[in-house]
Design a protein around this ligand. Structure first.
Ligand code: 13P
Length: 250
């Protein structure tokens, strides 16, 4: 079991330069809290804000991007794309890869596999998102779907597994307020962990994502084998995000 918990904010397509103050406020809170807790706090920001962060104002919080280009080259003719190298140059340590909102726009398992390699080669840790649709959940296909996403992402990437954090985000739970039951999540997390340990001989952190808030964290924190959370909407409100961490450690 990991003792170091992850609290990852995914701002998605939100945030103006002035909103970076929220991160500095959370940093202050964490600095005072840090003596008692052991956590990885990462803010995954839109590309437009990555270069504007004042890294002198943060030491506990790390910064990540929400995606990288599916290209092995650092610079080139890829209009609208941002390479792993460019993201790393801005001081990012992490990148989200394979978010369902990007898979939905055509990102393939093959792209995701390559992006893990490109991220690792530039020393960026990958937050790999996996998860099933509501139909797949209803038809008891969740584990098979997630298993195939993990296998496909890990293929030929075994040497990079130390650089990966998995976020299990049931697609039907994102932004809907719907959350799978605890008994279901307990067994699901255990199955994912066992699978990775058995087939890849690694202990990869596995996080939960989908409608996490300060209202439900007190029950979500009890999911067996869960190493933390990937938080969308609730990460945009400073006090909500702080309350999630506070309530987790009560
Ligand atoms: P919400 O927390 O808004 O449901 O979003 C989850 C998510 O997609 C994080 O990546």
């Amino acid at each position: 079991m990991y003792s170091k918990k992850y609290f990852i904010a995914n701002w998605k397509m939100n945030g103006e330069p002035k909103d970076l103050d929220r991160i500095y406020k959370i940093e202050k809170f964490l600095k005072n809290f840090k003596k008692k807790i052991n956590l990885n706090c990462i803010f995954c920001l839109p590309f437009t804000l990555l270069g504007l962060i004042n890294h002198k104002k943060i030491s506990v919080i790390k910064i990540g991007s929400q995606n990288i280009a599916a290209s092995s080259i650092d610079y080139g003719a890829f209009t609208g794309s941002v390479s792993a190298k460019m993201v790393r140059q801005l001081g990012c340590k992490y990148t989200i890869i394979g978010h369902s909102e990007n898979r939905n726009e055509g990102e393939t398992d093959k792209d995701i596999n390559k992006k893990i390699e490109f991220a690792s080669s530039k020393n960026l840790k990958a937050i790999l998102c996996v998860g099933e649709t509501f139909n797949e959940f209803k038809n008891k296909k969740s584990f098979n779907k997630v298993k195939s996403q993990i296998y496909s992402a890990f293929k030929d990437n075994k040497r990079h597994l130390g650089n990966i954090v998995i976020a299990y985000e049931p697609i039907w739970s994102i932004g809907t307020g719907l959350i799978p039951e605890k008994v279901y999540l307990d067994s699901f997390f255990k199955k994912i962990k066992d699978l990775i340990r058995k087939d890849f001989k690694k202990n990869v952190p596995v996080l939960y994502g989908g409608s996490v808030s300060s209202k439900n964290i007190s029950s979500l924190k009890n999911i067996d084998c869960c190493d933390g959370f990937l938080i969308g909407g609730a990460s945009l409100k400073t006090q909500n995000f702080i309350d999630i961490i506070k309530k987790y450690y009560i």
